[in-house]
Design a protein around this ligand. Structure first.
Ligand code: C5P
Length: 232
């Protein structure tokens, strides 16, 4: 039976956060940001291993308490110049631990509000084909196309438009081959690389609460979401 493993790119600098600590270590609800997604993925019964791709010079990971994750958690100090390069390097480094048909769930460290139910829904919907899939949310806002001066040129139809999230899950051999063939500097998510091979990954409706922390104000929103869950 193919296994499910998770791979978390966490080698970014998070410069848009305007903070001294890299974004993945920003404090959130009493823990480093990265620890939230790592804990959720390590606790999931279907996921057998969680690889975290870190920058080669990372000095923060070893200072965190990972004891609750047991031996499911494996740091790889091989992050690259871009997110896609970090994912590709991580997949190469984990080569001995993953078989071709195994599923790799790539999840951003910067999405701390992932829930086990999101993972369950993604895995169930993607099933056992070869195209893989990703969590995503249908676009709800009206979309405007602008010129360089910020003036509206056109209202763009939002029908069939989705915002891609993570996890994005693909078979190991499919993903590594897609990234090998792609122009890695132009890849913004795993799905875009796989799409270029002709596959049609499945969009699986996720939750807006699985937000990506990009700007300082996103941390406050993530904290509210996590606190509300604690209360339930
Ligand atoms: O910067 P952004 O929010 O798009 O990064 C998404 C994820 O990719 C983060 O978890 C970040 O740490 C990771 N990343 C990486 N290597 C890079 C750049 C970003 O692993 N060179």
């Amino acid at each position: 039976m193919p296994r499910y493993v998770a791979l978390i790119p966490a080698a970014g600098s998070g410069s848009r956060m305007l903070a001294e600590l890299p974004k993945q270590y920003a404090p959130l609800a009493g823990r480093p940001l990265l620890q939230h997604a790592v804990s959720t993925l390590c606790a999931h019964p279907l996921i057998s291993q969680v690889f975290v791709v870190l920058s080669p010079g990372d000095r923060h990971f070893g200072a965190c308490d990972w004891s609750a994750c047991g031996d499911k958690l494996l740091p790889l100090y091989c992050g690259g110049e871009t997110r896609a390069a970090s994912v590709f390097n991580g997949l190469l480094a984990a080569n001995n631990a993953i078989d071709g048909p195994d599923w790799v769930l790539v999840h951003d460290a910067a999405r701390p509000c992932l829930r086990a139910a999101d993972i369950d829904r993604l895995i169930a919907a993607v099933g056992d084909g070869d195209s893989g899939g990703l969590l995503a949310v249908p676009v709800a806002d009206t979309l405007k196309r602008a010129n360089a001066d910020g003036e509206v040129l056109q209202t763009a139809p939002r029908e069939h438009l989705w915002r891609a999230q993570t996890p994005q899950m693909f078979r190991y051999r499919v993903l590594i081959e897609a990234l090998r063939r792609a122009d890695i500097a132009a890849v913004t998510d795993e799905s875009s690389a796989v799409e270029q091979t002709g596959a049609r990954p499945l969009l699986v409706a996720g939750s807006g609460a699985n937000l990506k922390v990009t700007y300082p104000e996103d941390l406050a929103l993530a904290e509210l979401i996590l606190a509300q869950r604690e209360c339930r």
